[in-house]
Design a protein around this ligand. Structure first.
Ligand SMILES: Nc1ncnc2c1ncn2[C@@H]1O[C@H](COP(=O)(O)OP(=O)(O)OP(=O)(O)O)[C@@H](O)[C@H]1O
Ligand SMILES: [Mg+2]
Length: 277
């Protein structure tokens, strides 16, 4: 099979953003949801596709876990949350939230392809795709099937994490998905009592509270899109609903959305210059 087969565009979706990492538990889903919420709060039409079939977390984070998505046998219909975000996740089809999905790779890949091609997304300004960790079959299928406008890499500033994130960066590049930059998550922690911002990892990096921004991003050779500090309200929230988020977290989300918007415009300009040549 060709590594980069022809990707089928959906002309009703203007921009597709993947949130990846390679490493598990570094904040991909958190960043995907904050980004989607910030875009929706600006009046954009937003959808979120949960590509994490075996560890889906988006229904809860977007406050739709008590709903069930429907299918007419041909098309899948996403659930629309209170902020107007359309959500599709395997957990929205399971009877019970804790029902495991025990499928082999090809079946997982088929689910992703269906989520992309057979879903009634309608007109969207942005579709945000939350990736599972790793560089497995599902990640490969998603990158081969979905024509991403850009990929946002997420990581924490720890050496072994950088090594794993680099694998994802290389994989995305090999599959012709443009990497927009890096969101450095949890480099610092905002103390819930005094508000002081302290570094969480002593990795010799230079980003965050103790030094110049973007140590990790520059180590990865990527532009730094935004820094997202650890916040108690985010860690303890059952869902990341826009109205429930504290103002500081909404500002974090806005910074991510601003940076992603700029990086996408740059990537689009570069692509159109290349086409004109
Ligand atoms: N900036 C943050 N502040 C506080 N808690 C955070 C932050 N980012 C992530 N977390 C917490 O860390 C945990 C992992 O985050 P998340 O689920 O977003 O990571 P992930 O990369 O999507 O994980 P997985 O690889 O399992 O999909 C969650 O409990 C989340 O609430
Ligand atoms: Mg996740």
């Amino acid at each position: 099979m060709e590594l980069v087969p022809e990707k089928k565009p959906n002309l009703r979706i203007k921009r597709v953003i993947g949130v990846m990492s390679g490493k598990g538990g570094v904040g991909k889903s958190t960043v995907a949801v904050l980004l989607a919420q910030a875009l929706a709060a600006r009046g954009e039409k937003v959808g979120v596709l949960d590509a994490d079939i075996t560890g889906p977390s988006l229904p809860r984070l977007l406050g739709v876990d008590s709903f069930r998505a429907e299918s007419d046998g041909q098309r899948l219909f996403p659930i629309v949350n209170e902020e107007g975000i359309k959500v599709l996740s395997i957990n929205l089809f399971n009877e019970e939230e804790d029902q495991p999905v025990i499928w082999r790779g090809p079946l997982l890949g088929k689910a992703i392809a269906q989520f992309w091609a057979d879903t009634e997304w309608g007109d969207l300004d942005y579709l945000v795709v939350d990736f599972p960790p790793g560089t497995s079959d599902v990640v490969l299928t998603a990158l081969q099937t979905i024509p991403f406008s850009g990929i946002v890499m997420v990581g924490t500033p720890q050496n072994y994490v950088s090594m794993i994130v680099r694998k994802s960066v290389r994989m995305a590049s090999m599959l012709k998905a443009p990497v927009l930059g890096f969101v450095e998550n949890m480099a610092t922690m905002v103390c819930p009592s005094c508000g002081e911002e302290v570094r969480l990892f002593d990795d010799g990096g230079s980003g965050g509270a103790s030094g110049g921004a973007g140590g990790e991003a520059s180590r990865l050779g990527l532009p730094l899109l935004a820094e997202l500090p650890w916040r108690k309200e985010v860690a303890q929230a059952r869902s990341l609903r826009w109205t429930v988020l504290p103002e500081a977290a909404r500002k974090d989300a806005d910074r991510i959305a601003d940076a992603v918007g700029l990086a996408l415009s740059d990537a689009e300009k570069t692509a159109s210059r290349a086409t004109a040549l």
